[in-house]
Design a protein around this ligand. Structure first.
Ligand SMILES: Nc1ncnc2c1ncn2[C@@H]1O[C@H](COP(=O)(O)OP(=O)(O)O)[C@@H](O)[C@H]1O
Ligand SMILES: [Mg+2]
Length: 493
């Protein structure tokens, strides 16, 4: 309400209107007079009013009909109906249409002024109430904004642990709207089964008035379970029966936990690596001694007279020898990963090297009817002979393990000329191929799909090749076969 209350008189009786103007302007009102309902409504819409005097009999419509229109044009104002005849009926009708009261002409000035004062204090009250509720809505909106824009999950629950409020982050993470969530049991709807019971008992202690608790419980997010650290506090007292009794705020710690887990894991791996390297080193000496003794034993068996004994003995010696060889390679792989020594930079004749590696595996390939084809161009790489041997040994073993009996393994070597010449050596098999999900993991240490695999082969292959400044290329079709190519810097001729 403005400093000068605005009075609108709607009456075609000029004389009476003038009386009102005189009476109320003297009392500090701003008074405006219009002669018809239509003009009154227009003024009300345009400029509003605090109090309107409306004659019951207007030229264009009845005052009773005008009241609701005036009230909706100016909701904070009050209306007084003026009538020449007091009756119970018109009093009731006036109130029914929303007038503050009705006044009878001719006016008793003292009564009229008292009525106007009452009506105005009503207007004032309403204006104050509206200002307050606007302020309240504004402050609610600001808090809501803060709660909604935070990255933390915020819930309020009632005494029965039903959701009363959930902020935007909480709804988005769960993949529901706030309306869908409100009223549901917080624990069953929002928490995963495994953390639910203990979370419930912690929060219940808060609901019973035991301060603040913190706990971890996974949230059933739409993308799958998320690890969340929760903080529960009691809501302010004085809330209504069904209102919030506890607030729960949750921080999503999934990524942080994952990082911590990985850091711990790689630390453990590093320790294990050192341990394994030491162990492997220690195993190497007795292994060499065993190998030597086995070699001598083999020679002794060879010298036995050609009888029933010799062949089976010889066979056993060979089995042990090949197992020892496998162990040696495994140890080599371990040591290579755990303690990589510097790479030599010699000229390595790849054709000779591959011939040697293949000749080691050809006896096995023959028994399995696997054909090994060589397509060799003369080429030398610049690098470390023993390391490269280890690389191709791993590739050929993988190719043999992936092949079914009767398959083909094609091994190629070619020169690639250019400003910095390279050599490309590849091992291609017609075996089972590598599924896409496996392909993404084959370089991980200890990743294997074989019951007795170590999962170290390709890890080492890549490490060695990269340390040569080269690259490993894998091309595989599931069910059709795999080609693993190694590109290395060529040795200068
Ligand atoms: N030529 C291949 N054909 C099919 N799968 C292969 C081939 N080479 C490697 N793989 C896949 O990659 C995995 C990792 O190989 P590797 O690092 O050599 O370890 P391992 O041979 O001990 O399993 C194998 O378990 C296998 O699933
Ligand atoms: Mg392997």
């Amino acid at each position: 309400m403005s400093a000068r209350p605005r009075l609108l008189v709607i009456d075609d009786n000029r004389e009476l209107a003038d009386n009102l103007v005189e009476l109320f302007e003297e009392r500090g009102f701003a008074v405006e007079v219009v002669p018809s309902a239509a003009a009154g409504l227009a003024t009300a819409r345009e400029r509003g009013f605090d109090l309107a005097f409306v004659d019951v009999n207007l030229p264009d419509t009845s005052g009773h009909e005008l009241v609701p229109a005036l009230r909706s044009a100016c909701p904070y104002g009050e209306v007084l109906l003026m009538t020449g005849h007091a009756s119970i009926d018109s009093a009731i009708a006036a109130v029914r249409v929303g007038a503050f009261q009705y006044v009878v002409k001719p006016f008793n000035v003292a009564e009229l002024v008292a009525t106007v004062d009452r009506a105005l204090s009503q207007v004032q009250l309403r204006a104050e109430r509206e200002a307050l509720s606007r302020q309240l809505a504004e402050s609610e909106r600001r808090y809501r904004d803060v709660v909604d824009s935070t990255g933390v999950l915020v819930f309020a629950i009632d005494r029965q642990a039903r959701v009363v409020i959930a902020n935007r982050r909480a709804c988005d993470t769960l993949g529901v709207t706030a309306e869908e969530l409100v009223g549901l049991d917080f624990f069953t709807r929002c928490l995963a089964q495994d953390g639910r019971a203990s979370a419930r008992s912690r929060v219940e202690s808060v609901l019973r008035g035991h301060g603040v608790v913190e706990f971890d419980a996974p949230l059933t997010a739409k993308s799958g379970p998320r690890s969340v650290r929760w903080h529960a506090t009691q809501a302010a007292v004085g809330a209504k029966e069904n209102d919030a009794r506890a607030y729960l705020t949750g921080v999503d710690v999934t990524e942080r936990l994952e990082l911590e887990r990985r850091a711990a894991e790689s630390e453990a791996l590093a320790h294990m690596g050192t341990l394994a390297a030491g162990l492997a080193h220690e195993i190497r000496n007795p292994l060499n001694a065993a190998g030597l003794q086995l070699h001598l034993l083999g020679r002794a068996v060879d010298r036995l007279p050609d009888g029933e004994e010799r062949a089976p003995l010889k066979n056993r010696v060979e089995i042990v020898a090949s197992e020892l060889k496998r162990l040696e390679h495994l140890l080599g792989d371990f040591l290579e990963l755990a303690r990589p020594r510097p790479i030599a930079r010699e000229s390595v004749d790849l054709v000779r090297l591959l011939d040697r590696v293949l000749s080691l595996h050809e006896p096995i390939a023959t028994t399995r009817n696997i054909m090994i084809e060589r397509k060799f161009e003369r080429a030398s790489a610049r690098g470390d002979h023993d390391r490269l041997e280890q690389v191709f040994h791993n590739l050929v073993v993988n190719a043999l393990e992936a092949s079914s009996d009767g398959g083909t393994i094609e091994v190629t070597v070619e020169r690639e000329e250019g400003p910095s010449p390279t050599v490309l050596a590849s091992v291609r098999d017609t075996g089972r191929g590598i599924p896409e999900a496996t392909l993404a993991r084959i370089y991980e240490p200890f990743f294997t799909t074989k019951p007795a695999g170590t999962g170290l082969g390709l890890t080492i292959v890549r490490q060695i090749v990269q340390r040569h400044g080269g690259a490993v290329l894998i091309d595989s079709t599931e069910g059709r076969g795999t080609r693993v190519s190694i590109r290395l810097p060529a040795a200068s001729p």
